[in-house]
Ligand binder design. Structure first.
Ligand code: ADP
Length: 238
């Protein structure tokens, strides 16, 4: 298994953000990680990447315990946070070389990654001069530069125009064939276009974990939006 999340609970002082979450994922899975705002998606992603610690529970990435061996685990994980944190004043190539140096990645690999994400035409520009779509590609390039087994993408397609959307979807789909991708989004079309599995969380608990087809078949006459609403509209506290 590439990702194993075992009974993870996270409390922020008085706020219970995740309540006994468990799931596992393997290579070739592109998982849409869905839920309303505040459901706990970013918290779960930050715990898998070792960015924050759970209150209880265990996360293994490629068999490595993220809490016990954070550096070893991070070498297996690529992470694109929601606010893609790029150095605006750096040139694209300079930034990727900087990221590559952290993981001691070769120059040839940087070239391959630039090709993979379709950055070649923009590679000599400053990051601040790039469109949002190309900035996302830089973020994805930085996330995959060390060839991680697992990619965690927090709302990777937000703010892209329709052409950029199609291109980034293709980049993610291609990456998903040889990695495990966990991506959060609010856009059901994104899920239909990219994901082969859906994990839906609501108020810190998993309310659905199924293949895309399986989830659709739970209510064949409804759209994915309606299925999402029906599973997450329950009012109450966790
Ligand atoms: P999502 O990504 O699904 O929108 P989050 O993981 O950001 O959800 O948040 C889950 C819950 O945890 C929310 O109630 C949010 O307000 C709370 N939360 C997130 N980060 C913090 C924090 N640093 N301190 C206190 N509460 C937080």
């Amino acid at each position: 298994m590439s990702i194993e999340v075992q009974s993870v609970t996270k409390s922020y002082e008085t706020q219970l953000a995740l309540n006994e979450i468990s799931f596992s994922a393997s290579k070739g899975e592109i998982i849409g990680f869905l839920g309303p705002n505040g459901a706990g998606k970013s918290t779960m992603m930050k715990i898998i990447t070792g960015f924050i610690s759970p209150t209880k529970g265990t996360v293994l990435v490629s068999g490595i315990n993220v809490l016990k061996s954070p550096e070893e685990a991070k070498a297996k994980i690529g992470y694109l946070p929601e606010q893609n944190p790029l150095y605006q004043e750096m040139y694209v190539k300079e930034y990727l070389q900087f990221q590559a140096s952290i993981f001691k990645v070769s120059k040839e690999t940087i070239g391959t990654v630039i090709e993979t994400v379709g950055l070649s035409p923009e590679v000599h520009k400053k990051i601040s001069q790039l469109s949002k779509g190309y900035q996302q590609r830089v973020g994805i390039a930085a996330a995959i530069i060390h060839n991680p087994d697992v990619l965690i993408l927090d709302e990777p397609t937000t703010g892209l125009d329709p052409n950029q959307l199609v291109e980034i979807r293709n980049v993610i789909k291609n990456l998903g064939s040889e990695k495990t991708v966990l991506l959060s989004t609010h856009i059901m079309q994104e899920v239909e276009a990219m994901c082969n599995r859906v994990i839906l969380i609501n108020k810190g608990k998993i309310v659905a974990d199924d293949s895309l087809e399986g989830l659709k078949n739970t209510s064949p006459t409804d759209s994915l939006e309606t299925i999402f609403r029906n599973l997450t509209s329950h009012v109450g506290s966790i």
